[in-house]
Ligand binder design. Structure first.
Ligand code: SF4
Length: 356
């Protein structure tokens, strides 16, 4: 698509600067609407929906589907930011506001799943962008994706921070009777001011606890990714305990905890944020994430991660998670319908990776 062929629909927001013209493959049009101030949607006709995870990756699945690229949730620490540079966009504000939408993703996916060569391996959603960010309310791509996966016999997982998933709970319940389905909710910060600063586009903890409760009440397991735990900001024993208490009370099935990763592409934004908000912590982070030759490394020091693992396990024990017999990533049969087929279903869906 040459730039001059790009069609721009500016919806009644004349104060906005010109919509950036971006050379995207399959671009149909770029749109702005008053409900999403400052955001541009680039609607594309995708040629593929299933993405194969590179063999070198340590992710516990081989396939992903990302109906959008870029994320309105705008988490400062998001290491999917780097993927926007592959589109010739920047990994900061463009990632937060230039959202690429694969408007035909469900149709393309259905065709790919119908191929005789498709092996019905686990497909993960929510690894590179949040599938229930607010944009999903406008485009409604997830219902078609869920149905296509379930009808093809493909197990899948969804990881989100978005209460919009509640809209699709009836569909997910149906899908969970056909294939293993894993639903994960990301929640690691209880303090509203800190959460709004670090994850400015996300629903607050209360809304996400409501989502966890709704999933549990629908008869599905809900696995909470308490990630990232932010050193010196959310790793106090009091915060970890309060977080696990609230999650247990909301009906979470399991909690996975992990320290912040500082990958290139996210690290720069995180350190910039830290310098502005908590400059006294900058030397501590440099020490905790010190790499070779004075640079950074992605992971916090091993002794810190070991300490956090122990604290998280103790918190899970205190709040009853370790006693639960259900596997954390396994879909649960609907108790209202008695013993269901899923109780005999072999484990097929691995836990979600530590993206959030
Ligand atoms: S961490 Fe997840 S929710 Fe946050 S911006 Fe990245 S993709 Fe979106």
């Amino acid at each position: 698509m040459r730039w001059k062929e790009q069609k721009v629909d500016e919806a009644s927001d004349a104060a906005n600067p010109a919509i950036p013209l971006i050379p995207l493959k399959g671009l149909l049009r770029s749109v702005r609407t008053p409900e999403f101030e400052g955001v541009t949607f680039h609607e594309i006709a995708a040629k593929t929906a299933l993405n194969r995870v590179p063999a070198a990756s340590n992710m516990p699945f081989t396939w992903t589907v990302n109906p959008t690229r870029g994320c309105l949730h705008s988490c400062v620490y998001c290491f999917a930011r780097k993927t926007h540079s592959y589109l010739d966009m920047d990994t900061g504000r463009d990632f937060d506001t230039q959202i690429v939408v694969k408007t035909n993703v469900d149709h393309v996916l259905r065709a790919e799943l119908a191929k005789p060569t498709w092996g019905r391996e686990h497909v993960a959603l929510g690894t590179n962008t949040d599938p229930y960010q607010r944009v999903e309310g406008r485009y409604r791509l997830m219902p078609g994706i869920i149905q296509a996966l379930a009808e093809s016999g493909t197990p899948f997982s969804i990881l989100t921070k978005g209460p919009l998933l509640k809209r699709d709970l009836p569909l997910l319940r149906e899908a969970a009777q056909q294939v293993p389905v894993s639903i994960g909710v990301s929640l690691a910060i209880l303090d509203p001011a800190l959460q709004q600063s670090v994850e400015p586009g996300t629903p607050d903890a209360r809304a996400r606890l409501g989502l966890i409760r709704a999933i549990a009440e629908a008869g599905l397991d809900v696995n909470v990714m308490a990630m990232p735990i932010l050193p010196w900001l959310t790793d106090s024993l009091d915060h970890l305990d309060a977080l696990h208490a609230r999650l247990a009370e909301a009906g979470a099935s399991w909690v996975t905890t992990g320290a912040l990763h500082l990958r290139p592409g996210a690290r720069e934004w995180w350190m910039q944020w830290l310098q502005a908000e908590y400059p006294q912590l900058v030397p501590k982070y440099r020490w905790l994430y010190r790499g070779t030759r004075g640079g950074f490394t992605t992971y916090a020091r091993q002794d810190y991660r070991d300490w956090l693992t122990t604290q998280a396990r103790d918190a899970r024990r205190r709040h009853g998670f370790e006693k639960r017999t259900r596997m954390p990533w396994r879909a649960r049969a609907d108790p209202a319908k008695g013993p269901g087929a899923l109780e005999e279903t072999p484990l097929a869906a691995p836990p979600q990776p530590a993206l959030f």
